[in-house]
Design a protein around this ligand. Structure first.
Ligand code: TRP
Length: 353
């Protein structure tokens, strides 16, 4: 990124965060579901073959506003200020306001905003809303109604089953094909199940999804010959995201599988190795990811886990696959690495296996 762009974007982030950006890190964090240590900022790199990755940032403008209702109000105000500043309209968001901003909203979030920090100082914006704002039990209906209002009448029926609607996201501003995205959480997801979740016509190959799942989640055959390839994600769930860009077919045009690598790796060295393997396999240069990690922290990778929060494999119809790596800020806390199991003496090892 040019020096001028990075200066403009640093100011943009400070403005979007408002008072939170001035808050001392010596104070305990406010509640935020955005990252594990409650820092309201997460970076990510979107990799494509044969080009530089795009740097993005996800942030919570209403962080520390004192309650979810106020958090949402601040979020809406900040997004509308961005719209005025960069000349885009928020019509699609305005049409959904009553659905996602009820008087007494439920968690786990009110509004997040993501910016793609493109060259030139004018970012592309996305908003993330909470389907459970009116209660977890209403979330499916909220998503169905939101899709309907945006003209995607058949979209809800096209989605796969999941355990929880996590986010409803909108691209705002100058996008070639603005997307409406629905994120689902899937508990105990296995590689084979993940391979059957895409509803994109002619979408990603099952084999490719399984290979990505297993590499990212560390589901292989271990040194002792034990086969972990079909072991499901038993801690944090896997997430899918379906993207809708037209309403003619009723089908999504994009599918992403997100693996929370941080809950399935010992430390960030291991998480980075997996990211590198996935990137190389798709013909992408991992060097920018390595540089990005050292830009956010000076700690050694093996001294914590969680710096790489998720790895995502993105398929958008008509485009080559993309890989996203989500990078935590760790402004408050580093999660300690998983201790390596002490080798069990021989007779007990016999019993265990
Ligand atoms: N922190 C939340 C989680 O881990 C939400 C989240 C932040 C997220 N960044 C993400 C989810 C990137 C998917 C991909 O679930």
């Amino acid at each position: 990124m040019s020096g001028a762009d990075s200066a403009v974007y640093a100011q943009t982030l400070l403005t979007a965060l408002g008072p939170a950006a001035e808050r001392s890190l010596d104070l305990p964090p406010e509640e935020s579901f955005l990252s594990d240590d409650h820092t309201p900022v997460e970076f990510s790199l979107a990799f494509v073959p044969d080009a530089d990755p795009t740097l993005r940032v996800l942030l919570e403008p209403g962080y520390g506003a004192g309650g979810l209702a106020e958090n949402g109000r601040v979020g809406l105000r900040v997004v509308r200020e961005m719209a005025r500043r960069w000349g885009f309209d928020t019509k699609r968001l305005d049409e959904l306001e009553d659905l996602f901003f009820p008087p007494e909203p439920k968690g786990p979030l009110a509004l997040w905003c993501a910016l793609e920090l493109l060259p030139g100082g004018v970012p592309k914006a996305k908003v993330y809303l909470n389907p459970a704002a009116s209660g977890q039990e209403r979330s499916a209906e909220t998503v169905r109604e939101a899709l309907r209002r945006l003209g995607h009448r058949q979209a809800f029926a096209a989605l796969p089953e999941g355990d929880r609607h996590l986010f409803f996201a909108l691209d705002l501003g100058d996008w070639e094909e603005p997307r409406v995205k629905v994120y689902l959480a899937h508990h105990d997801l296995s590689a084979a199940e993940a391979a059957g979740l895409s509803r994109v016509d002619g979408g990603p190959g099952r084999k490719e999804i399984k290979r990505f799942f297993r590499t990212a989640a560390g589901r292989g055959v271990d040194a002792d010959g034990f086969d972990h390839r079909d072991v499901p994600l038993d801690r944090r769930p896997g997430l899918t995201c379906h993207a809708f860009t037209e309403s003619r077919t009723g089908l999504p045009s994009g599918f992403t599988l997100h693996i929370p690598v941080r809950d399935y790796a010992r430390d960030d060295r291991e998480a980075l190795d997996r990211a590198v393997a996935v990137l190389r396999r798709h013909g992408m240069d991992p060097a920018p990811l390595v540089r990005a990690l050292s830009a956010v922290t000076s700690r050694r990778l093996q001294d914590g886990v969680g710096l790489i929060a998720y790895l995502g494999l993105v398929h958008q119809q008509g485009k080559p696959p993309r890989m996203n790596a989500y990078i935590s800020s760790e402004a408050y806390e580093v999660r300690p690495p998983v201790p390596v199991a002490v080798p069990v003496p021989f007779p007990q090892a016999e019993v265990v296996h």
